[in-house]
Design a protein around this ligand. Structure first.
Ligand SMILES: Nc1ncnc2c1ncn2[C@@H]1O[C@H](COP(=O)(O)OP(=O)(O)O)[C@@H](O)[C@H]1O
Ligand SMILES: [Mg+2]
Length: 165
C-alpha cells in the first residue's frame, strides 16, 4: 500500500499569492476541492513558508471549531469538529526510527473521507500512500508565496483541476 515513487507526479496548478488574504482565498478553493472525499496531503517548504498557516485556513473552511495549532512538538493534532476529520502531522522532529513509531497513525489517517495534512513529509522515510497531493510552498518575500499543487497517482487529479476555476 505504501510506496515512495514521486516520478508519477503531475503539477496541476501553480499560483503566486501576494498576501495572507490571498492564501486564505486559495485555502477556500482547496477545501472545496477535497471536501467531498478528503485527501492525503504532503506540504513542503522551508520554515516560515506557510505550511501551518495554509492548514489552519483549510481547517477553517472545513468548519473546524477547535483552535488549530502547529503540531511541531506533538507530531499529530486531530480535529474532529469539522465537515471532515482533520489530522495534522509535523514530522520535523522525527528521526527515521521515529517514523516507525507513528506508522500506524499515518496508515490509519490515510483512509478515505478524512483530510490528512503532513508537514515535513521529507522525514516520512517514504512511508506515504501512493496516491496523494503534494503542495510545495516557496517563500518569495514577507507576504508573497508561490504554491505548486501536484497529484501523485490519479486519485486526486480531478479534485486539483477544480483549483483552476
Ligand atoms: N501569503 C502568505 N501565505 C502564508 N503565510 C503567510 C503569507 N504571508 C505571510 N505569512 C506568514 O508567514 C508565516 C508562516 O508561518 P508557518 O505557517 O508557521 O510556516 P511553516 O509551517 O511553513 O513553518 C505566518 O506567520 C504567516 O502569517
Ligand atoms: Mg509548520
Amino acid at each position: 500500500m505504501f510506496l515512495c515513487y514521486s516520478l508519477i507526479m503531475d503539477k496541476i496548478f501553480s499560483i503566486t499569492v501576494n498576501s495572507l488574504e490571498e492564501t486564505d482565498i486559495l485555502a477556500g478553493k482547496f477545501s472545496n476541492a477535497i471536501r467531498k472525499h478528503g485527501a492525503f496531503v504532503c506540504l513542503y517548504g522551508d520554515i516560515g513558508a506557510g505550511k501551518t498557516a495554509f492548514t489552519k485556513l483549510v481547517a477553517k473552511y472545513l468548519n473546524v471549531k477547535e483552535k488549530v495549532t502547529s503540531p511541531s512538538f506533538v507530531i499529530i493534532n486531530e480535529y474532529l469538529s469539522g465537515d471532515l476529520p482533520v489530522y495534522h502531522f509535523d514530522l520535523y522532529r522525527l528521526e527515521n526510527e521515529g517514523v516507525k513509531t507513528i506508522i500506524d497513525e499515518l496508515t490509519e489517517y490515510s483512509k478515505p473521507d478524512v483530510l490528512t495534512m503532513v508537514e515535513w513529509a521529507e522525514f516520512s522515510d517514504c512511508e506515504l500512500p501512493f496516491d496523494r497531493i503534494e503542495i510545495k510552498i516557496e517563500y518569495i518575500d514577507e507576504n508573497k508565496r508561490k504554491f505548486d499543487f501536484y497529484a501523485v497517482g490519479d486519485e486526486y487529479k480531478k479534485a486539483l483541476e477544480g483549483l483552476k476555476q
